[in-house]
Design a protein around this ligand. Structure first.
Ligand SMILES: *Cc1c(COP(=O)(O)O)cnc(C)c1O
Length: 454
């Protein structure tokens, strides 16, 4: 295979790679698989980077036979740990097309057609939130990157409005905010003001107001943003967005809503009311690679007033002068990045293919499954439902179990290739947790998992 010319060997590898991709896409379900210790991989795979190269067919064989089975299939219908993923066939196929297309998605100059399509997908999301006309943003790699870029834009905008800077900035959120918010604060050398949650675990307007009343004038001046979570990762709880938006407006604070996991449920009429107030967000995050059926990696970051974000993020350099014109929409301007894959395109293609009603229905399917699972757990005498699910996370107790039993159970289910589930901690207690995003997961799948807890 010559490196940059398409020859006969390239054709053979294309056939093999596309055959494998087709096989993987059509597996129903794919094997769950799982990690192997590094020594085992070293023994089976050995050294793959060599002076003369393995050849494409051999490198592909190594991947298909040894490396891929050492990765968990996150789209398996019995993957209910962390936040799973369930990309549509259309989105996966188009990911291949994006790779083949060599598109630079950072600027309008180079990527106009791709950016146009990404912006239509972003506009659908903005429409779901009810953000004002003119809202817009960019697809970045994940919720973590989106939270950081959103908060950097927030700090820049608030510093500009106030005209002064404290010694250290502060971000308010609850302990249930995602770990990436704390990580962003560390990157920004900012502090976190932890606001107590209510009895359901929600960050609320009244609690925020009370925390502000307790703060010293210096602490209040240092605060620039409030991060609300629209669907906590651990419990699927939506904060009091309307109440928080009100306090932010009164206090001149930036209102950032992290819906990386739960924001997808904006598409579902049965739970849309939980998100009331999201339309007042200054910035909003949702990960299509979680519950909107896109492949990794794809997070949408939206701003109510994108120009403020551009002022925070635009990179200045002589060679960029021609693209740093704000009359053209250059995605590079809306986050901490420059080069980017147009990673919103697989999501766009799937939305364009199936239409938004199919998305609404798929999210509702997952919510309906979650309610069925809650009822199933309530009906089993050895299990306790710990929290009425708001979205698609279920927290439950197996009576009599502690850390060791949950751990052994989780490990056995993966080893026996039954399911991938992990316990979590809720109210100081080790508990069972399911997170669903896959419309192909059935109540029978979940019953089979629960039956192993006997
Ligand atoms: C998953 C998650 C994140 C982080 O997103 P990544 O895409 O994993 O970086 C942030 N916030 C919430 C609420 C999440 O669930």
């Amino acid at each position: 295979m010559t490196m940059h010319r398409y020859d006969e060997e390239s054709e053979a590898i294309a056939q093999a790679a596309l055959d494998y991709a087709r096989r993987r896409i059509t597996m129903d379900p794919p094997p769950l698989d799982g990690p192997l210790p590094e020594e085992v991989l070293r023994e089976r795979v050995g050294q793959t980077i060599t002076e003369r190269g393995l050849g494409g067919l051999e490198a592909l064989r190594v991947f298909v036979e040894e490396l891929a089975p050492a990765t968990i299939s996150i789209d398996h219908p019995r993957f209910a740990a962390f936040v799973p993923a369930a990309p549509t066939k259309a989105a996966i196929l188009f990911d291949l097309v994006v790779s083949a297309s060599s598109i630079f998605g950072g600027t309008w100059l180079e990527g106009a057609g791709a950016v146009y399509a990404e912006n239509q997908a972003l506009a659908w999301l903005a429409g779901l939130t009810g953000l004002p006309e003119g809202a817009g943003g960019v697809f970045v790699s994940g919720g973590s990157a989106a939270n950081l870029s959103g908060l950097v834009a927030a700090r820049h905008a608030i510093a500009g409005r106030r005209g002064g800077r404290p010694a250290r900035w502060r971000i308010a959120c609850s302990v249930h905010a995602h770990s990436s918010v704390g990580a962003a604060a560390r990157v920004m050398d900012a502090d976190v003001l932890s606001v107590p949650e209510d009895e359901r675990g929600r960050l609320t307007g009244p609690n925020l107001r009370a925390a502000l009343a307790r703060a010293t004038p210096e602490e209040r001046d240092a605060l620039f943003a409030v991060v609300a979570t629209a669907g906590t990762t651990n419990a699927g709880i939506v904060d009091d967005l309307a109440g928080l938006a009100e306090v932010c407006a009164e206090e001149g604070l930036w209102f950032h809503v992290d819906g990386a996991y739960g924001g997808a449920a904006l598409a579902a009429p049965s739970v849309r009311h939980l998100f009331d107030g999201v339309e007042r967000a200054d910035s909003f995050v949702v990960d299509p690679h979680k519950w909107l059926f896109a492949p990794f990696d794809c997070a949408a970051l939206l701003y109510a007033r994108p120009l403020e974000a551009a002022h925070a993020h635009m990179q200045e350099a002589a060679y960029l002068d021609d693209v740093n014109v704000l009359c053209e929409w250059s995605p590079a301007h809306y986050a901490h990045h420059l080069s980017r894959r147009p990673r919103g395109l697989p999501f766009w293609f799937s939305l364009a293919t199936h239409g938004t009603t199919a998305y609404r229905d798929a999210v509702e399917t997952v919510l309906a499954l979650t309610r069925e699972v809650a009822a199933e757990i309530r009906g089993r005498s050895d299990l306790d439902l710990l929290l009425e699910p708001e979205l698609s996370v279920v927290l439950f107790r197996r009576r009599g179990w502690g850390n060791a039993e949950y751990g052994a159970w989780s490990e056995r289910l993966l080893r026996e290739q039954v399911a991938f589930v992990l316990p979590t901690t809720w109210g100081g207690e080790r508990v069972g947790r399911f997170c669903f995003v896959n419309p192909r997961t059935t109540i029978e799948d979940v019953r089979a998992i629960l039956d192993t807890m006997g």
